[in-house]
Design a protein around this ligand. Structure first.
Ligand code: PMP
Length: 392
C-alpha cells in the first residue's frame, strides 16, 4: 500500500542536503520573501499585549480576527464563505484526514484525480477509505465519463460518495481545470450524488495574477474546500482552514477537536495581525513574481536541453510550484531519480503520485525553491541523465 506522505520518507537519497545537490524534489515555498523583521515586531507585540490569550487553548472555530483574512483570500478566487462555514486546521494535510474521518464512512471509495498529491491518498487510506482514479482525458477530469464510472463502481458494491481534486495548478502536474469543465464537473457530481473535495493550496499563485473561480465559489453547498497559509505565507505556522456547508463544518469541528483539541491561537492571531497591518497583496504578488521567474528559467532550460519534440514532453504551467515531464515511450523514473541524485540533481518520480505506485514514465520538478542561478545547471545535469534513458 502506498501511504508515504513525503517523498523524502520513501527515497531519502533525493533529499539529502550537503554536497552540491540541486534539488528539484521538495515542493517548498521560497521563504526569502517573508518580511521577517515586520513579522517579529508583530509577533512580539502580540506576546506583550495578548500573550495570555494567544497561548491559551482555543475552540475549534476560526479565530474571529482571522475570518476576514480568510474570506479576503477566498474571495480572490470567487469563493463564498463566512465564519459558520469555516473550520480551522493545522494545514490542509490535517484537513484531508479530518474529512476522511469526519465526513466519509470507513470502507467508502473516494474518486481521486490522478496523479495525486500523495498526502491526500495517505490521509484517505488512513481513514479506512478506498481510492479509485477519477475518469480523466487530455483536458483533465472528465465530467462526461463520471456517471458511468460511478455507476460501475456502485454496481460492484462500492460506496462512492466523494471526489477529491486539486483543480488549480495541480500538485504534481501543474495543470488547471478549465472553467467550462468546472461547471460540468459540478453538475455531474450533483447528478451522481458525489461531494467534491477541492484542495487548493496554489490557486493564488498564478504567474499573471489571474485566478480561476474555485469549485467552492461555484457550488458552495456541494464542495468541501481546503485552504492553507502554507504557500501564500509560510508552512511552518501550520495554519489552514476548511470551508464546508454548515452541517458538515460542524461535523468537521468535532473531528478536528478530537484530533487536536483546538487550533493554534497564536499562529491564527499572528496571521490576523499581519493581514490587518499589511494585507495580502504585496506578499502574494512577490511570491507570484518569484515563481513566474523560476518556472520560466526552468522551462527555457528544458527547451534548450531536451527540445520540444523529443520523447520527454511537458507543458508550461500558468502557476504553482511544479513542472511535470512524461516520457512518451515509457521510462523508469525511479531508477532515473537515483541516477540523477548521483549526478547532483534530484526530482520526484511519478510513481510517488500514482494511487498504486503507477506513473513511472513521469517525473515532477519543483522550481519553487531553487536559487535562480542554479536552475540552468540543475536542468543541464538532469537532461544528461534523461537523455541517457533514451539511449538505454
Ligand atoms: N494538498 C496539496 C495538493 C499539497 O501540495 C500540499 C502540500 N504540499 C498539501 C495539501 C498540504 O499542505 P499543508 O498541510 O501545508 O497546508
Amino acid at each position: 500500500m502506498w501511504t508515504d506522505v513525503r517523498p523524502a520518507a520513501e527515497m531519502p537519497q533525493l533529499f539529502e542536503r550537503g554536497g552540491d545537490l540541486i534539488s528539484f524534489a521538495g515542493g517548498l515555498p521560497d521563504l526569502d520573501l517573508l518580511p521577517l523583521k515586520e513579522l517579529s515586531e508583530q509577533m512580539g507585540r502580540l506576546m506583550r499585549l495578548g500573550g495570555r490569550i494567544a497561548l491559551q487553548y482555543s475552540t475549534p472555530h476560526v479565530a474571529k480576527a482571522l475570518v476576514p483574512a480568510i474570506t479576503d483570500l477566498m474571495a480572490r478566487e470567487g469563493g463564498r464563505t463566512d465564519a459558520g462555514n469555516l473550520v480551522p486546521t493545522a494545514g490542509s494535510q490535517m484537513g484531508l484526514l479530518a474529512i476522511g474521518l469526519g465526513v466519509a464512512v470507513p470502507g467508502e471509495t473516494v474518486l481521486c484525480q490522478t496523479p495525486a498529491y500523495p498526502g491526500a491518498a495517505a490521509a484517505f487510506r488512513t481513514a479506512g477509505l478506498r481510492l479509485h482514479g477519477a475518469p480523466e482525458d487530455a483536458g483533465g477530469l472528465d465530467p462526461q465519463a463520471l456517471p458511468a464510472t460511478v455507476a460501475r463502481l456502485r454496481a460492484e458494491g462500492q460506496r462512492v460518495r466523494m471526489l477529491y481534486c486539486n483543480p488549480t495548478f495541480q500538485n504534481p502536474t501543474g495543470a488547471t481545470l478549465s472553467v467550462e469543465r468546472r461547471h460540468q464537473l459540478l453538475d455531474a457530481a450533483r447528478e451522481a450524488d458525489l461531494l467534491i473535495v477541492e484542495d487548493n493550496p496554489y490557486g493564488l499563485l498564478g504567474f499573471d495574477g489571474r485566478t480561476v473561480q474555485t469549485l467552492q465559489g461555484l457550488d458552495p453547498e456541494n464542495v468541501i474546500h481546503l485552504g492553507t497559509f502554507s504557500k501564500v505565507f509560510a508552512p511552518g505556522l501550520r495554519c489552514g482552514w476548511i470551508a464546508a456547508p454548515a452541517p458538515l463544518a460542524e461535523r468537521l469541528r468535532r473531528t478536528t477537536e478530537v484530533m487536536a483539541l483546538s487550533p493554534s491561537a497564536f499562529t491564527q492571531a499572528a496571521l490576523a495581525a499581519f493581514h490587518a497591518r499589511s494585507g495580502w497583496d504585496a506578499l502574494i504578488d512577490a511570491y507570484r513574481e518569484r515563481y513566474r521567474e523560476r518556472c520560466g528559467l526552468m522551462a527555457d532550460a528544458l527547451e534548450d536541453e531536451l527540445g520540444t519534440d523529443g520523447p520527454w514532453q511537458w507543458r508550461r504551467p500558468d502557476g504553482g510550484f511544479y513542472l511535470w515531464l512524461r516520457h512518451t515511450a515509457g521510462a523508469d523514473t525511479r531508477r532515473l531519480a537515483l541516477a540523477a541524485a548521483e549526478q547532483g540533481v534530484s526530482f520526484v518520480p511519478g510513481t510517488h503520485f500514482g494511487l498504486d505506485g503507477e506513473g513511472g514514465d513521469a517525473l515532477r520538478l519543483a522550481f519553487s525553491n531553487v536559487p535562480r542561478g542554479r536552475i540552468a545547471e540543475g536542468v543541464s545535469r538532469l537532461a544528461a541523465v534523461l537523455r541517457g534513458a533514451e539511449a538505454d
